[in-house]
Design a binder for this molecule. Structure first.
Ligand code: KIV
Length: 275
């Protein structure tokens, strides 16, 4: 290659190198316009499969397909140019075999241009994570509460509240780190367990309902903006966009009904060509 384009985007190795350093700021985004805003302040944008619940109104993330992820991943890439974009692998697209995971993850990278994928699971996914990372696909892992396993778990409750249960969670985090994941999401996990894992493993932990000690934090954008009708306990609402959007829609509806919108500023006057 003769000319190298200036590398502006953060990469998976950049994020990996942030272990124990400046907190990694992450949010989800599924659209070009929100990605543009998130990109100004965040190091990582996750195109999460939470889009199934947020955009499509599904009860869980289980129905989400690879095509849905690719479409929104592409939109987020178009709307951003600084953050590392990570696209979630949806349920059923990577668990059957490491070869299935490679084929589908390669499709995500090729068709969206994103820099990494995320998949759920600890020890049981270690072999797959090693297979992908050895073949050039950076992997963000996800342990603790793994929402794609909702049908087996029975509910979205916090994990590891009893210290007697901590062993398997620590083993999961260690396994994904040893397998080559560049970071790991710790979701809905008892705070001291998340802090302990963060101290013990050499890759950055990104907490969501985990611990302030984690190397980074992530939230679902619509949850923290106050747009989601129901949000988990761990969400802090940094905005209340729901009521403000509703006020705007009500004002629009009122003006359309009263024929006060569109006004003179919102219409085109006639403009004859030869004047
Ligand atoms: O799908 C998603 O948005 C996620 C985050 C909650 C980490 O996996």
């Amino acid at each position: 290659m003769s000319v190298q384009a200036e590398q502006k985007r953060l990469t998976a190795p950049d994020i990996r190198a942030r272990k124990g350093g400046e907190p990694i700021v992450s949010l989800t985004s599924y659209h070009a316009h929100t990605a543009r805003l998130v990109d100004k302040y965040c190091d990582v944008i996750l195109v999460g499969d939470s889009l199934g619940m947020v955009m499509h109104g599904f009860e869980t993330t289980v129905p989400v397909t690879l095509d849905m992820m690719i479409l929104q991943g592409h939109a987020v890439m178009r709307g951003s140019n600084h953050a590392l974009v990570v696209v979630d692998m949806p349920f059923g697209s990577y668990e059957a075999s490491k070869e299935q995971a490679f084929m589908n993850a390669a499709r995500v990278l090729k068709e969206t241009g994103c820099g990494a994928i995320k998949l759920e699971g600890g020890k049981r996914m270690a072999e797959t994570i090693a297979f992908l990372t050895e073949r050039g696909i950076p992997v963000m892992a996800h342990v603790g509460l793994t929402p794609q396993a909702i049908n087996a778990l029975g509910s979205f409750r916090a994990q590891g509240r009893d210290p007697a249960d901590w062993g398997p969670f620590e083993d999961d985090a260690r396994a994904v780190s040893d397998a080559g994941a560049f970071s790991v999401v710790l979701e809905a996990m008892a705070e001291p367990l998340a802090a302990r894992i963060t101290k013990k493993i050499p890759i950055p932990t990104i907490g969501i309902g985990a611990s302030p000690v984690c190397d980074g934090q992530i939230l679902v954008l619509e949850d923290m903006l106050g747009l989601s009708p129901r949000a988990p306990k761990f969400v802090k609402r940094f905005g209340e966009l729901g009521p403000s959007i509703e006020r705007a829609i009500a004002a629009y509806a009122g003006e359309v009904r009263a024929r006060t919108f569109p006004g003179p500023d919102h219409v085109y006057a006639a403009k004859p060509k030869n004047t």
